[in-house]
Design a protein around this ligand. Structure first.
Ligand code: PMP
Length: 381
């Protein structure tokens, strides 16, 4: 519970807190406790070649990383890995662009392929599809409003960034050969949401960043059914960066292996730890928001196959709204809290996206400042 008498320390603490980006530093403490079990030693003569496995379609994928990815998905039960290609990327940011490129290229038309996502959407999709001004695809914004004919790609993020909802395609043209979907499952892990099914889509993106918090390693992977799509994605990555850092891959493999081992542990289960931490943060936030003009989405419970019980969702971002006609991003900025404007996510001024994955002390300052805003408003009345 947040105590409003803390306003004294709020006045004293003068620092700006940045909850605009989703830097996942919340998990540092866990990995500190794990200690040297994740330490990787790399000698000067190691990992020098461009190549990892010349027999693999994705020849820059380290075999031990491929193995660790398959084992982790197997243990968690969140995605099928059989009969598909694994493409490794410098974060799933690179893979999303590779997938958009591959699908657009294979569409083979002369007009740019439309790219859409249902609002509110992950704002980086806009930059990813507009920055290089490709003539092959075109960002067309909100999928809810999309009704153009011709080839299109829908980006489906589930649980969704920014609002944490479980998503499916909204354009929904199942029999249309020109309809392609990229599923971004960055947050489909048991600490954020119940694992209700083993996902089995054509292109599924995952990121190391949001599972364990190792965003700095810049590793993501795609599970791709179609060989031609996988090939074109690999080509894109070759042109873009001639593969992906081996040091990062080896470290990721090691940490994913330890993560998988902890899944069987009663005391060290990472997902249990993460879920508990997220639960506490969400309860703290809902307590502050209660009986205020702020709003938060409600999430249905679901049966989690990983934990074997019915659980709530604790998304990595809070989609904070207000009942007032105000510019919430500016209201928060005045309290020295940086958040992402709802407008950037295809929504409105009354909503912002706030990261729930900061370090604990930063998160607590955020709660104090939010409580303070509520207090100021009630005094105004
Ligand atoms: N997709 C979604 C929905 C995300 O939230 C993020 C990270 N903010 C990414 C992709 C990109 O992750 P990465 O660090 O692997 O590039």
């Amino acid at each position: 519970m947040v105590k409003v008498e803390n306003t004294k320390s709020i006045a004293m603490s003068d620092s700006i807190i940045n909850l605009d980006h989703g830097d996942p530093t919340a998990y540092e403490e866990y990995w500190r406790k794990i200690g040297d079990r994740c330490t990787v030693t790399i000698r000067g003569c190691d990992l020098m070649s461009y190549f990892s496995d010349v027999n693999n379609l994705c020849w820059f994928l380290e075999p031990e990383l491929a193995e660790a990815i398959k084992e982790l998905h197997g243990a968690v039960g969140n995605a099928a890995t059989e009969d598909r290609y694994i493409v490794v990327g410098t974060g799933s940011t690179q893979l999303c662009q590779a997938a958009v490129h591959a699908l657009s290229l294979l569409a083979g038309g002369t007009e740019p392929v439309s790219v859409v996502a249902a609002a509110p959407y992950y704002s980086t999709y806009v930059e990813e599809t507009t920055y290089v001004r490709s003539g092959m695809y075109k960002w067309e914004g909100d999928a809810w409003r999309f009704n153009k004919k011709g080839p299109f790609i829908e980006l489906v993020t589930s649980p969704n960034n920014p609002d944490g909802t479980i998503r499916e395609t909204v354009v929904n043209r199942p029999d249309d050969d020109e309809a392609k979907v990229i599923h971004d499952f960055a947050y489909y892990w048991p600490h954020y949401t119940p694992i209700t099914r083993c996902q089995d889509h054509d292109i599924m993106l995952f990121t190391f960043s949001k599972i364990t918090g190792h965003a700095g390693s810049r590793i993501g992977w795609a599970l791709v059914k179609d060989k031609e799509v996988a090939k074109k994605m690999v080509e894109y990555i070759i042109v873009n960066s001639i593969g992906v850092s081996k040091e990062s891959q080896v470290r990721t493999a090691k940490i994913l292996k330890v993560l998988k081992e902890t899944c069987a542990s009663e005391t060290e289960n990472f997902f249990e730890y993460g879920r508990e931490m997220m639960k506490n943060r969400w309860e703290g936030l809902r307590e502050v928001v209660k009986e205020s003009d702020f709003t938060l989405p409600k999430y249905p419970e679901g049966y989690c196959n990983f934990f074997g019980k019915t659980l709530e969702s604790y998304p990595a971002f809070a989609w904070l709204g207000t009942k007032e006609e105000t510019d919430l991003v500016n209201d928060l900025r005045r309290q020295k809290v940086m958040s992402r404007a709802g407008e950037r996510c295809g929504s409105d001024k009354k909503h912002v996206r706030v990261s729930m994955l900061s370090r604990e002390d930063v998160f607590n300052v955020f709660l104090e400042r939010l409580a303070n805003m509520k207090l100021i408003k009630s005094i105004d009345l």
